[in-house]
Ligand binder design. Structure first.
Ligand code: MN3
Length: 216
């Protein structure tokens, strides 16, 4: 037993102590996005990758002020750019990004948003088709792992790409919609065809009601 009070390096997975963060339920079944994303992809992506970020974060926050009563968003913001907290940031940001990403998709998604989001997209990009082109171009321009986002930044809509775990919420931007362009998001279904995956995301999965609800 742990009789030394200074010995606080406890693995929450083995102590029965409630973990600080839990894997949120998917907003649909793992099969629900087929055929655009298969249950096999969702099983690995949600069940293995997202779960691992949550598990790693829970181990990393033991004994820190982030261990109790903190939102994931506050851990992301407080650890961003802190040199010796890179692992906390990476796992917290990936946990947040994935929870957000699942909500950006729905069975039978795609199409176009309603206004006011539609009007803002037309104002910012010229047309919805131009927005789609710019979103796909940004996704392809992301070298290696990362994310492409539609964000609201000081009232203006922008498309931004982030590397690895980086996230707009660490940069004062409001995330509206994202697509995960890490290879683990699409490789089982699309192999190296990232463009096909991102186009299918926009055409068949994008949840514009969720994106609209994020507008400030
Ligand atoms: Mn991912």
């Amino acid at each position: 037993m742990n009789s030394n009070p200074d010995k606080q390096k406890i693995d929450p997975a083995t102590t029965g102590q409630a973990p600080a963060f839990t894997l949120p339920a998917l907003p649909y079944s793992q099969e629900a996005l087929e055929p655009t994303l298969t249950a096999r992809t969702m099983g690995f992506h949600y069940g293995k990758h997202h779960q691992a970020y949550v598990d790693n974060l829970n181990k990393l926050v033991v004994g820190t002020p982030w261990a109790t009563g903190q939102t994931l968003e506050s851990v992301v913001k407080e650890s961003a750019g802190v040199l010796d907290k890179a692992a906390v940031f990476n796992n917290a940001a990936q946990a947040w990004n994935h929870a957000f990403f699942w909500k950006c998709m729905k069975p039978g998604g795609g199409g176009q948003p309603a206004s006011p989001l539609m009007a803002l997209i037309v104002k910012s990009f010229g047309s919805f088709e131009e927005f789609k082109k710019a979103f796909v171009t940004a996704a392809l321009a992301q070298f290696g792992s990362g994310w492409v986002w539609l964000v609201q930044d000081s009232g203006v809509l922008k498309i931004v790409k982030t590397s690895n775990a980086d996230t707009p919420i660490a940069h004062g931007q409001t995330a509206l919609l994202t697509c995960d362009v890490w290879e683990h998001a699409y490789y089982l279904d699309y192999q190296n065809r990232r463009k096909d995956f991102v186009e299918a995301f926009l055409d068949h999965l994008a949840n514009w009601e969720f994106a609209s609800a994020q507008l400030k």
